[in-house]
Design a protein around this ligand. Structure first.
Ligand code: GUN
Length: 276
């Protein structure tokens, strides 16, 4: 069966909209975009629109690609002290002359709605999470709504990035799963994948995971969003070769993608509620 991320995200946004209508101050999100990478510009516009739709206050801040580290840090500091702003998100990747880690660490952890600050990652690691990275948290919401009991399940995460793979593995561990984390050097990847009751793939390579690698009755979460030369969007998993043998699978588009933004809104509301 298909996990309808688009619909689940919509229901989450409706819940947030209802909650916001009861508040006397709007939760506020600031999104900083440095440079003019077209994909990042689309993501930032979608985040800004989603904020407006649920009734949040939203600031979209565009900075030129040649901004200095000091100027960017000073912008983050300004937002740290702005009472209208509950959440700060710096869209990644940043241009290579900037120190991403220093920028992320400069965000007040209570406003770190991406959950990337070492304090928030540390809390997640210790299973006492506050703000959690949006994509992995959104995947956990999908798994929860689908009703899959993760305790003791073999979960395989393919990809070990700070944004998705690593926090995803910790989320699954926190749900008492047995977790295998694969990376670009993993040997016999297909053998690891064949063991998976739950497979989460976040690699960014179109159709890299073949249908015959996947265990019958597994649950497959495809985080990849890849645009083919013909303009079509596909995931990291060969969907057509997989869909008939699995219990559950997320489509691309319409699976994990919409959940990431809905979860960002959820985190912003959480940061707001934590402040009052
Ligand atoms: N770039 C790709 N995914 C993300 C994300 O979740 N947050 C931010 N800030 N940048 C990203």
């Amino acid at each position: 069966m298909i996990i309808d991320g688009k619909q689940i995200a919509k229901e989450l946004r409706v819940k947030i909209t209802d909650k916001v209508s009861t508040l006397d101050r709007k939760p506020g999100l600031a999104v900083i975009l440095v440079g003019d990478d077209p994909a990042s510009a689309v993501y930032v516009r979608n985040k800004d629109n989603a904020c407006k739709e649920v009734g949040f206050y939203s600031e979209k801040i565009n900075k030129p690609a040649n901004i200095t580290q000091a100027e960017l840090l000073s912008e983050v500091d300004r937002l740290n002290h702005d009472d209208k702003i509950d959440g700060i998100l710096v869209q990644l990747p940043l241009p290579s002359h900037l120190d991403t880690n220093q920028v992320v660490e400069a965000i007040n952890p209570s406003k770190d709605v991406d959950g990337f600050h070492s304090e928030n990652i540390g809390k997640l690691m210790q299973n006492r999470a506050f703000l959690r990275p949006c994509t992995p948290k959104g995947v956990m919401t999908l798994l929860q709504i689908t009703g899959i009991d993760l305790a003791g399940k073999n979960c395989v995460v393919v990809g070990a990035s700070n944004i998705v793979g690593r926090p995803m593995a910790i989320e699954l561990l926190n749900a008492s799963a047995t977790v295998t984390i694969c990376n670009s050097k993993t040997k016999n990847l297909s053998d690891k994948i064949k063991q998976a009751d739950v497979l989460v793939v976040a690699v960014g390579r179109p159709k890299m995971i073949q249908g015959n690698w996947i265990k019958e009755g597994a649950t497959v979460i495809d985080v990849g969003i890849n645009r083919l030369d013909n303009g079509k969007l596909v995931g990291d998993v060969d969907f057509d070769a997989t869909k008939d043998k699995v219990a559950w699978i997320t489509p691309v588009p319409g699976g994990v993608g919409p959940m990431t933004i809905a979860t960002l809104l959820e985190n912003t509301l959480m940061a707001y509620e934590n402040k009052i």
